[in-house]
Ligand binder design. Sequence first.
Ligand SMILES: N[C@@H](CCC(=O)N[C@@H](CS)C(=O)NCC(=O)O)C(=O)O
Length: 222
Amino acid sequence: MHDTARHFLFWNRPMLTLVIGDKHLSSWSLRPWILLRHLDLPFREVALQLDTPQFASAIRQYSASGRVPALIDGDTHVWDSLAIMEYLHEKSGARAWPADPAQRAHARSISAEMHSDFSALREHWPMQAASILPNVALPPAGLKDVARIDELWQDCRRRYAARGPWLFGDYSAADAMYAPVVLRFHTYGATLSDAATAYVTQVLGDAALGEWIAGARDELSR
Ligand SMILES: N[C@@H](CCC(=O)N[C@@H](CS)C(=O)NCC(=O)O)C(=O)O
């Protein structure tokens, strides 16, 4: 394709829009946001402050579920973090999940488990991206969630460490799904295995996550 034609097509493509909540609090919003960054897909960000009358009136134009995140691609509206990640997999030329079918099934399984489970962890250690709160105890059900996540991460690192530092070697939607969990473990000071601790260090060093946390700090300073 001639360069001018390529340039025309690029600039006339509708820009993806991601509607998110507060960066300090909205763990579901962080997942597709950080995946978009890692896939290098340009997008416009619409930030709505949770628990305000403005949120309730504004979100309906983007998402019938009334919740964030929501992705808008021209006439296509996608809601719910997992559905958005699947849409981004298609949109990016199948780059969001591992290429190998068995690894892809594994990555989807641990991501679905995160999406539908770990309610005690979510309830007692809500994401507060810009805070450090070391004295919040977890009940036994929450400790069980932490142990299960530690086990999942150790298993991934044991199998795929040779391919790279992320859960499946290269960055994938599974890392995006667990990014808010890493922030929770960091905020509240979870006790983890060596392999899980090394994974937390890897994620906390991610520039995209650093950008999100800086946004969360900005929100708190307003
Ligand atoms: N299952 C949904 C959960 C989305 C969700 O609970 N979003 C919260 C913010 S993190 C929200 O929009 N809360 C506002 C409300 O329910 O009014 C997903 O995966 O996207």
